[in-house]
Design a protein around this ligand. Structure first.
Ligand code: AMP
Ligand code: GLY
Length: 432
């Protein structure tokens, strides 16, 4: 049966892309975003609900009032806090793991131990509970390590040290409370090297449906320089992993992890995001996340064709084998993010956004999309910046050169004071 009414929880570009794709599902479901952002209600088929992601009771009440049957949870925070459990307890079907499964992202120690048990290839590691213990291990090993705060740290809890002193300083920084409770336990890892690629698998806890591999661009600056961000652009399918490589990821990484989760009594329903490094000694897992990547999600959604709402519902109900098939368009998808002034530091807010583009009519939506993230709408319905990453332009074409040309062209129609963007997104796959 077609899914008629869906709620997407979250407010970023990822959630806007999910809502856009869900609204285009075969049954044309009505989609709500809670809370969404200043541009969410402009997406065809979508409305917003002013309910905070932490307000489980408010979300349940809104689902009842609007006869919503499926909830898709976008960000890791509410997943780790157990929002999916609370919604399931109220009888709703939820795409997104419970707090148990979300530990895959919310505790690096937990994820590393699970990988070790399941025989999933990953960097060697040491768990430490104090700066002294960490310092001792680092000195014994006498080489630079990767230092990771155990808990959720908004992508900022990882230091790839270039020498022993930096390793020790990073350990001390974690235990000094810089990442709050997330840094009260630290995972030290051997440093690996190689290109990175992300694989996303939809799952009902038993079956897996792999999406095309995607490549993110984490640094703020061109040439992959400068501080880390949430992601300044992406493309898919990343040629780093061909069909055989993707199968290897299924066999070596995703199936064993799912089996290990089941062994712990965890029925994981949602998306598993595997951050991989392709090293000279094979594929290694750098991290798992319990949600879609942002902006990888914006890049991937336009490549999917079929009844996405029915597929997410089948995952939520533990029946992925009976879901309608989802086809992947044989196109290249390019995504470029525009960020606010001073991002990834404290972003400047309140800059007026001018979009001289034609808007998202149906014909255009087939080949290019604008997904808004950190924006709010003022009393006069004008859009203003309200976060670090403001929007993403996404385009699809037969080749990456054309896809990126179209994404940059779309982005050139948008302006706001202090707009930052990287001109070299996709440099790995572009010729011009
Ligand atoms: P994470 O938040 O765990 O994905 O780490 C952030 C970034 O740190 C990754 O995207 C990698 O570039 C880098 N990184 C993490 N772990 C390692 C490792 N063991 N060796 C080398 N680089 C790493
Ligand atoms: N773009 C990386 C992430 O969402 O974690």
């Amino acid at each position: 049966m077609a899914v008629a009414r869906v709620l997407v929880v979250g407010s970023g570009g990822r959630e806007n892309a999910l809502a856009w794709a869900l609204a285009r599902s075969q049954g044309n479901p009505q989609v709500w975003l809670a809370p969404g952002n200043g541009a969410s209600a402009a997406i065809s088929g979508c409305n917003t609900l002013a309910i905070d992601v932490a307000d489980a009771a408010g979300l349940v009440a809104a689902c009842t009032a609007n006869q919503i049957s499926l909830v898709v949870i976008g960000p890791e925070g509410p997943l780790a806090a157990g929002l999916a459990d609370q919604l399931r307890a109220a009888g709703l079907a939820v795409f997104g793991p419970g707090a148990d499964g979300a530990q895959l992202e919310a505790s690096k120690q937990w994820a590393k131990q699970l990988m070790q048990e399941a025989g999933v290839p990953t960097a060697d590691f040491w768990v430490v509970n104090s700066a002294e213990e960490g310092g001792q291990i680092a000195r014994q090993l006498n080489r630079p390590l990767v230092v990771k705060a155990d808990g959720l740290a908004a992508g900022k809890g990882v230091t790839v040290a270039s020498n022993l002193e930096e390793t020790i300083a990073a350990i001390q920084e974690c235990f000094s409370g810089r990442f709050g409770i997330a840094g009260s336990r630290v995972v030290l890892e051997e440093q690996l090297s190689g290109p990175e690629v992300s694989v996303f698998a939809l799952t009902d806890g038993k079956q897996l449906l792999l999406l095309p591999p995607a490549q993110d661009h984490k640094r703020i600056g061109e040439g992959d320089k400068g501080p880390n961000t949430g992601g300044m652009g992406a493309y898919a399918p990343a040629p780093l992993l061909d069909a055989a490589g993707l199968e290897q990821v299924r066999e070596l990484v995703l199936e064993p992890v799912l089996a290990a989760l089941r062994q712990r009594g965890i029925s994981y329903r949602g998306v598993i995001y595997a951050g991989l490094m392709l090293t000279t000694s094979g594929i290694k897992v750098i991290e798992f996340n319990c949600r879609f990547g942002d902006p990888e999600c914006q890049t991937l959604m336009p490549l999917l064709e079929g009844d996405l709402a029915a597929v997410f519902m089948a995952c939520a109900e533990g029946k992925l084998e009976s879901a309608p098939s989802l086809t992947i368009k044989p196109l290249c998808s390019a995504c470029v993010v525009a960020a606010a002034a001073n991002y990834p530091g404290e972003p400047r807010l309140g800059d007026l956004i001018c979009d001289l583009g034609a808007g998202l009519n149906d014909v255009e939506a087939e080949v290019s999309q604008l997904f808004f993230a950190g924006v709010k709408s003022d009393q006069t319905k004008q859009l203003k910046t309200s976060g670090g990453r403001v929007l993403a332009a996404v385009a699809q074409a037969d080749d990456f050169d054309s896809a990126f040309a179209a994404a940059y062209k779309r982005l050139a129609e948008v302006s706001f004071a202090g707009m930052q963007l990287r001109r070299d997104i996709g440099h790995q796959v572009r010729h011009r």
